[in-house]
Design a protein around this ligand. Structure first.
Ligand code: ADP
Ligand code: MG
Length: 615
């Protein structure tokens, strides 16, 4: 009885420790590697410059003005070695009495042909490698956890093969440090295993989190009439994603959970509308992060969907159509407060990346309730690297749209103070052609920390020189009204990064981003995506008063595709640039490089698949 109790107590204790280390899987634990090793294996040869462990007997002792000088005879090598103890105490004189045997450890040096080791340690045990960890736990606590859980058997059980398991065992329980280290670093073949294990562990966790529910309905609504009525042909990628969604929705044993990731302007709205068609005669709901965007989607739905489809709009400030009876309900989070919102067979969320964490949780509320769920599709314009998409797809299915329907002609240039007169000229030319200009400032008000003018400092300059100058920013309560009036009659819009909100301003052809070097590439790309929406020739000026050329911005200027930019972002992130963290990828891995290790990720995914099949 007490034994069982002890056992339980031990398990409870281990659980607490694991929690403190934020360990949620056996492989999380296996991936906590020693930060260093102490090795008391006797050295087999003498290699000056390296740390040695040697058997030695004291031959002579002398006192050099308080310093203890000991001449040892190395038992195995039959050579003399001299040591000096600079901070010697009576203890040292007693310890190293002539004739006493020792195991000494220290760095071996050669000086004028004589072997030397300054201040060696005298070891009690020999032939042992001890691992040292840098965690919040004591070394013996983490060691006992590792001894308890990290066994070859357990590693196989987790899905590792014999080579991978052996590599991890060697790292935690080494026989010889030469097997695992080279110049004090882990050997390359081990690092390859570490990468693989990291990838495998991550996708396994994501996979484990995915719970499939049956769907309310299998949806098979026809889309042909809608597709043929469009004034353009859908791109190959739009068609492919639509086909994928058709497959998802046609089954009711598993509710769809898909994320469609497509660059700004890649035509995701058409995919949304096609999906609403598939849902008929059942209802679908589309939620957008802002009223402006909801309104825009509503207008597009009314324009492109057959007139027989009943469409409703629900926002805090405005409602159109009877949402209780509509086939397709479009709205903002105001939807969440409607108690008589009908049950939808399909729930969609546009610009998913614009929702805050809290709002995102409430989105889940739209699809929760019961064991049978609506199909759920989200749309996002934050391009993620392919590698990340591959991983994420263990949790949600991911579709990527990597091209835009028409070639957007946007020229990107980095400029500085001396280019300003030319810039003013260019702005005048655009306005003369009834085009619009957007200027992004880093801050609303002056700050000593930012070496650029703020929105408030700059507005006078523009208002003096131009008509119809509009100003807005993130905390501006009238933001949406300002944007709407600007869309109608504005020349210049001064703003902070708020305009990231996916509103379409078709006449916008020139954007200036002040202090561009301070922003992440993903944000810059979103901002640049605002101009040239309708194929008008457009310009993006990256204004920086930094003296040196910024490589990151120069590369950004040459790249137009969001997926290339996600990749670039990874490269610069790895090199430690200051970014705003729009994409969180590539940071949680110690060994895996999201930019380069695609093959590793594919391999890990395949392993998981074959394990799942065997089950
Ligand atoms: P996203 O939501 O992905 O940023 P939108 O759906 O707003 O992009 O599409 C951008 C623009 O491209 C819209 O004006 C839309 O009407 C147009 N568009 C969409 N698909 C096509 C297509 N296949 N051919 C031509 N234009 C298209
Ligand atoms: Mg969109």
């Amino acid at each position: 009885m007490t034994e069982a109790y002890d056992k339980e107590e031990e398990v409870e204790e281990a659980k607490q420790l694991l929690k403190r280390l934020k360990i949620y899987s056996l492989l999380d634990l296996a991936l906590i590697f020693p930060s260093s090793y102490s090795d008391t294996t006797l050295s087999a040869s003498l290699e000056p410059g390296k740390v040695h462990t040697l058997e030695a007997t004291v031959e002579e002792v002398s006192n050099l003005g308080g310093k203890l000088r000991v001449i040892f005879r190395l038992t195995r090598f039959n050579q003399r070695l001299s040591s000096t103890f600079f901070r010697s105490t009576p203890y040292h004189f007693k310890e190293f009495a002539p004739g006493t045997p020792h195991i000494i450890q220290g760095r071996l040096e050669i000086y004028k042909g004589y072997l030397q080791m300054s201040q060696p340690r005298s070891l009690k045990t020999v032939g042992k490698i001890t691992t040292k960890y840098k965690t919040v736990l004591k070394d013996n606590e983490i060691r006992s956890l590792i001894e308890c859980y990290i066994t070859e058997q357990n590693l196989y059980h987790e899905g590792l093969d014999s080579k991978e398991a052996a590599a991890l065992m060697k790292v935690h329980f080494p026989n010889r440090l030469d097997d695992i280290l080279e110049n004090g670093q882990y050997k390359q073949d081990l690092i390859s295993v570490f990468k693989w294990v990291e990838a495998f562990n991550h996708i396994k966790k994501l996979h484990g989190k995915r719970i499939n529910f049956p769907a309310l309905y299998a949806l098979n609504g026809a889309i042909e009439a809608f597709v043929t009525s469009l004034p353009f042909t859908l791109t190959v990628e739009q068609q492919a994603v639509i086909a994928q969604i058709q497959k998802d929705l046609a089954r009711n044993d598993k509710a769809a959970k898909r994320m469609v990731v497509g660059d700004v302007g890649s035509g995701k709205t058409m995919v949304i509308l096609a999906s609403a068609m598939m849902a008929l005669p059942h209802k679908s709901i589309l939620m957008a992060p802002t009223s402006l965007l909801a309104l825009q989607l509503y207008e597009e739905a009314c324009k492109y969907l057959p007139k027989t489809v009943r469409i409703a709009l629900v926002m805090q400030s405005k409602e159109e159509g009877k949402y209780q009876e509509a086939d397709f309900i479009i709205g903002t989070h105001a939807l969440l407060y409607k108690e008589d919102l009908p049950q939808a067979a399909l729930v969609m969320v546009d610009e998913q990346h614009r929702f805050g964490t809290k709002q995102r949780q409430s989105l889940e509320a739209l699809v929760s309730g019961g064991e049978i769920k609506p199909h759920f599709i989200q749309f996002s314009a934050t391009p993620i690297p392919r590698t990340q998409a591959m991983m994420e797809s263990e949790l949600v299915d991911v579709s990527l749209i990597t091209t835009t329907p028409f070639e957007r002609e946007v020229t990107t240039k980095t400029i500085g103070r001396s280019d300003f007169p030319g810039l003013l000229e260019h702005i005048r030319r655009e306005i003369a052609q009834d085009h619009q200009v957007l200027i992004i400032y880093p801050l609303v008000e002056e700050s000593s920390e930012v070496p650029y003018q703020s929105l408030e400092e700059a507005r006078g300059f523009w208002e003096e020189r131009f008509d119809e100058v509009y100003v807005t920013h993130g905390k501006d309560r009238e933001k949406e009204e300002v944007l709407l009036s600007f869309r109608e009659k504005g020349n210049i819009l001064l703003a902070t990064t708020v305009v990231e909100v996916g509103i379409s301003l078709p006449r916008l052809t020139l954007i200036v981003i002040v202090g561009a070097e301070r922003l992440g590439l993903a944000t810059l790309h979103q901002l640049r995506g605002r101009v040239g929406r309708n194929g008008l020739k457009s310009w993006c000026y990256l204004y920086s008063n930094a003296k040196t050329q910024n490589v990151r911005l120069e590369k950004f200027a040459l790249a137009n595709n969001g997926f290339d930019i996600a990749k670039l972002d990874l490269q610069f992130r790895n090199s430690g640039d200051i970014l705003d963290g729009t994409i969180q990828s590539g940071q949680k891995f110690k060994w895996l490089d999201m930019g380069e290790d695609e093959a590793v990720i594919i391999n890990a995914k395949n392993r998981l698949k074959s394990i799942e099949k065997r089950k």
